[in-house]
Design a protein around this ligand. Structure first.
Ligand code: FAD
Length: 309
């Protein structure tokens, strides 16, 4: 590890490299052990250069955006953990918006609303980056990223590609980027609208989240996907099984929303993983529905029975 960290700093002077960085500082659950090395490039060239370095040197690479949908192992992440935070371009040409993968989706949502552009505004208040939202095909308030996504610059296999929107590649919580590659930038086509109305709507969505307790304790939003075949949202099913308040170590099914697990203070990622598995099996026993986790386990979970991975 020490050797390739030295190689990286020699090849990319000025690159911010944090060996042994605790990932709890970079996830919304506020859990997760040390990354061998967290790398924060400030330029696109350095970013793709680090990707090339990892490919050539066979160093494992994990890309992190806002860390708001991740459960990072208490043992941390091996290899390079590459942050997109420095890729924060924001530019608008007519109804077309160009957003760097590391741009904060909530800020972009509010800014486009203020400029009288409709579509992304629903994401105001949702944590995370543009790249993470595209990767996850994030959705809320009746809209999803696929509705407005036009194209992305993707870095895959040492090459820059332009990935254009193809409807058959998108579905509920599914995007083509889950097959591989790193999103550098995304392009969205939005509709024109009334800036004052859209801004008020964006702000009311953020308030709604606040009232629903999204920001009350460290969490990663919904733990389980909704499944139309189950007839009701996962949160309603979990609640009916009487699991609000169920806990494992410092992790607890929140009392205000049954599909949100919170770090009630001092939780480890293992506590959260154990609780996800407990909820999943209790719901299965009581209803026969097998809930599918939405949260992504990341890092070194070897030897661990990872729910949904
Ligand atoms: C309070 C709260 C509320 C939430 N509400 C919602 C909601 O309403 N709707 C919803 O859909 N989600 C919601 N979420 C979950 C989360 O905010 C979204 O999934 C978000 O889009 C994740 O973005 P991120 O940047 O944090 O991704 P991360 O958690 O950092 O990463 C998620 C995945 O994306 C990959 N990834 C990230 N960036 C890139 C990139 N540039 N290229 C390739 N892969 C990449 C990562 O490797 C990882 O596999 C909520 C979370 C919280 C904490």
């Amino acid at each position: 590890v020490q050797k390739w960290i030295e190689d990286l700093s020699r090849r990319f002077p000025g690159l911010v490299i944090k060996p042994g960085e605790p990932m709890a500082r970079h996830t919304t659950f506020r859990t997760g052990g040390p990354a061998d090395c967290l790398v924060l490039p400030a330029t696109r060239d350095d970013f793709t250069g680090v990707c090339d370095f990892c490919r050539n040197e066979k160093v494992p690479l994990f890309v992190i955006g806002g860390g708001s949908n991740l459960l990072v192992s208490d043992r941390g992440i091996r290899g390079v953990t590459l942050s997109t935070a420095g890729l924060d371009r924001f530019s608008i040409e007519g109804n077309t918006v160009f957003l760097g993968a590391g741009a904060v989706i909530s800020d972009a949502a509010l800014e486009t609303a203020k400029r009288g552009l409709e579509g992304l505004h629903v994401f105001h208040g949702m944590p995370g980056s543009v790249g993470g939202a595209v990767y996850m095909n994030a959705r809320c308030y009746g809209a999803e990223i696929a509705d407005m996504f036009t194209a992305a610059d993707l870095y895959a296999g040492g090459r820059l590609e332009r990935a254009v929107y193809r409807p058959e590649e998108w579905d509920y919580k599914r995007s083509p980027f889950q097959k591989g590659g790193v999103i550098l930038e995304a392009v969205f086509t939005l509709n024109g609208g009334d800036a004052a109305v859209l801004t008020a709507e964006a702000e009311s969505h953020r308030r709604d989240r606040e009232e629903k307790g999204h920001y009350r304790a460290p969490c990663a939003g919904s733990v389980f996907k909704n499944n139309r075949n189950f007839g009701e949202p996962s949160g309603v099913i979990i609640d009916r099984c009487g699991l609000k308040g169920l806990s494992s170590g410092g992790a607890m099914v929140s009392s205000w929303h049954a599909n949100i697990i919170v770090n009630g203070g001092g939780a480890t990622s293992s506590d959260i993983m154990n609780l996800i598995r407990a909820v999943r099996s209790r719901v299965f026993e009581q209803t026969g529905f097998d809930l599918e986790p939405e949260i992504i386990p990341a890092g070194d979970w070897e030897g661990y029975d990872v729910a949904g991975a």
